[in-house]
Write a protein that binds this ligand. Structure first.
Ligand SMILES: [Zn+2]
Length: 337
């Protein structure tokens, strides 16, 4: 028992998270500001401290991000300074370029790359998937970059799509992919969208807000006739370690929990960075993963990869390794379903 408790305490601290979210008294906010970037929840939006009148005796929900994080140094769309220090930042332009290169492969399997709407600043929100949905085909859902500053997730999505298009997976499974939910946040290198929403706190049962309204309503219409969705992966970038966010046994029962363990453990065979690491979190009620599990009964997981990886790192991790992590997902899915 003692060891078990110790294990829980340790796993909480080494794997870290996508963001540190807490409830704190107004009085503590000034102190937190010395070590963190602080955003305060107000009317669904996460505002910087200068945008809000703080009452010291009231409790506030806050999101804390490391103050020294490169994502908060203003890049103004120029990532060359970042790229000298970290694995190349994945921009909206990179996604456009990459998808243009893939267009012939996408149409060769009767898929389409379609602009389904635009971000608040007018960037395309893309869907990649079948022109005509087959309701009986096993289906994979993937989306990424709810959080603009979590760029590594998109290199993994590239690796995934490369392998999906090149392998026999596309004959057995249909894919519904939204590669970049928050392109404005990506270019501003911020977690939030233009309206200061954390888009992964804006999913409702049937819709969303701003960009997630477009994505969720499109997804909803695409999947309504599909009978067998084998997995839904939401791709993110964490602070310090790779892991999956998953719900605990109480949320959707033991067999669902076991189903998720099977996938996480299988992927660990192919992905030494993910390596079976997990954090149990029953999340926020308006998180994509939670809505997909609770309201759609889907096998949904949040995939987290370190978001700012120094070029010189102890484990010699490279951009190529991120691409291979995407390929590993294809292998694990093909093995299991
Ligand atoms: Zn995230």
């Amino acid at each position: 028992m003692k060891n078990l408790l110790l294990g829980i305490i340790i796993s909480g601290s080494i794997f870290a998270e996508c963001v540190d979210e807490r409830i704190v008294a107004g009085l503590s906010l000034e102190r937190l500001r010395s070590n963190h970037q602080v955003r305060v929840l107000s009317d669904g939006k996460y505002l910087t401290l200068d945008k809000i009148e703080i009452n010291p005796v009231i409790n506030y929900t806050v999101q804390l991000l490391p103050k020294n994080e490169h994502s908060y140094m203003k890049n103004n769309g120029d990532f060359s300074r970042y790229n000298r220090k970290y694995i190349e930042y994945y921009t909206y332009a990179q996604m456009q370029k990459y998808l243009s290169l893939k267009d012939s492969e996408i149409s060769a399997i009767e898929y389409e790359r379609k602009t389904i709407g635009r971000s608040l600043e007018g960037r395309d929100l893309f869907y990649i998937g079948p022109k005509v949905i087959d309701p009986n085909m096993k289906t994979i859902i993937m989306f990424g970059r709810h959080h603009g500053d979590e760029g590594t997730a998109n290199w993994i999505i590239e690796g995934y799509l490369n392998e999906y298009l090149a392998s026999s997976q596309n004959e057995k499974f249909q894919l519904i992919l939204y590669p970049m939910i928050n392109p404005d946040g990506a270019m501003a290198q911020t977690r939030y969208n233009k309206n200061n929403y954390d888009l992964n706190r804006t999913w409702t049962k049937t819709s969303g807000v701003d960009e997630t309204k477009i994505i969720h309503e499109h997804l909803r219409s695409k999947i309504k006739s599909i009978k067998n969705i084998v997995i839904a992966l939401d791709m993110h970038g964490s602070i310090r370690e790779d892991f999956f966010y998953r719900v605990d046994e109480s949320f959707a029962g033991q067999s669902f929990y076991n189903l998720q363990s099977t996938f996480i453990n299988r992927l660990a065979l192919y992905d030494p960075w993910q390596a079976g690491n997990t954090i149990h979190s029953n999340g926020h009620p308006n998180m994509a993963r939670i809505v997909l599990i609770r309201d759609y009964k889907l096998h949904a997981l949040t995939h987290e990869t370190i978001r700012n990886i120094p070029l010189r790192n102890r484990r010699k991790r490279s951009k190529q390794n991120l691409i291979e992590q995407g390929e590993a997902i294809v292998k694990a899915i093909s093995d299991l379903y």
